[in-house]
Write a protein that binds this ligand. Sequence first.
Ligand code: ADP
Ligand code: MG
Length: 481
Amino acid sequence: MPQNGFETVIGLEIHAQLLTKSKLFCGDSTIFGDTPNSHVSAISLAHPGTLPVLNKEAVKLAIKLGVALDCTINQYNYFARKHYFYPDLPNGYQISQNAAPICVGGAIPIATATGIRHIALNRIHLENDAGKSIHDADPENTLIDLNRAGTALVEIVTEPVISSPEEASACLAMVRSIVRHLGVCDGNMEEGSLRCDVNISVRKKGDPRLGTKVEIKNLNSVRNVKRAATYEEARLTRMIENGEEVLQQTRNFDADTGITTALRTKEEANDYRYFPDPDLPPIIVTSEEIEEIRKSIPLLPHEIAQELTHKYGLGQEASSIISGDDLLYHLFESASVLTGQHAALANWLIGPLKSLINEKGASSIEGITAPKLVSLAELTAQNSVSFATAAAKILPEMLSGNEHDALAIARKLNLLQVKDTDALNEWIDQVLARFPEKVLEYQKGKKSLTGFFAGEVKKLSKGKADIKSAMEILSQKLNKQ
Ligand code: ADP
Ligand code: MG
């Protein structure tokens, strides 16, 4: 948080590569990771005399995203040339939209502690991507791969209304789950299908004017958006407090050090010399087309989250994690009709399964079907095996072996918790006998020692004592002695 009466203002520019098979203005494939320069027709190379032809699927996807985010669809929109020099931009200009973007207004719904907050959008426009310069493959030269040149992007531009690094990252996370959920973009940030620029400024609280912004380019994860914004928020606040002048800059974030550095300082607005692209006719969208697309839009993640809270009583965090990931949501949906243990289902999904997806990718939990998940949830809900033990031992066995039932695995691995009073009594008596001085301390009033005794019982039983039952017996014994 910025100190001493300052406030942070953030606006995001998010580029999402549309899930079209071919590029925005030609038939070249958009497949990721192929041999460099293997999908480069004369149009991708911008040979003189070639003409772009618009990919209609890209237009549909942009409208789909716009309708989902409550934008106004601009029924007469058109492309403009945005001129600048990049070695990997063969035309010498980008085909983008300026005066008439395809979507205007709208909002990104994000979950906050106090409910849904709508982050206002300025616009969503269509444009083509540049190629890639590769600086580290050859010691002498920069290499260029133009496979990506010309792929279809939307740029989602928010208003400067985001007020913290946490909100900024929540915004990007929400965009990622929405575009995935709609099938508009694969949301794969490591491959660059989704990238985010963070514009950030700091001003005195209550000042109606915006402070001078800096722009941090090309952040490639939700976490790095938060890290970069947090670093920059502190740096800008310090500068303003010290009376230093903030320069309008473009900055780079180094994920290894967590630090931003200046790339270039903008002295004045860039002059891109935008003008309508004479090679491309305007895009005319009919009301029927918009309505047709509107009908195809499913419930959005934040609506699903509300449903999960109301229908199953899940907490806000669990609801928003599950609704934000289609894989988790579909598992929950199909498992929740097979059991009443909805909270335990949610714990499995947002804990061990989500960690596996994060670490090893979605395919790592392919082996988990709804019935398997249900057997895990019932096992831990009934406290037959502790959650930690089940996650560490039963889940891996279920993923690698043939056994489908968590209880059967628990039996096979001898993990079932012991609730048997005789066994518990014996462990507890041993522990109390081993620590007579602690028993005295307890009886003199140090009631917090119950936790210590329970821990020792757990150790002695090698994790198999059912702790809830053990605690009951423990407190009976301690208070009697
Ligand atoms: P530019 O012309 O430099 O690209 P724009 O006005 O088009 O600037 O805005 C680009 C992005 O920067 C938008 O997401 C907008 O919300 C954000 N932005 C603009 N001014 C500020 C500011 N002073 N502080 C934070 N973000 C800002
Ligand atoms: Mg910009």
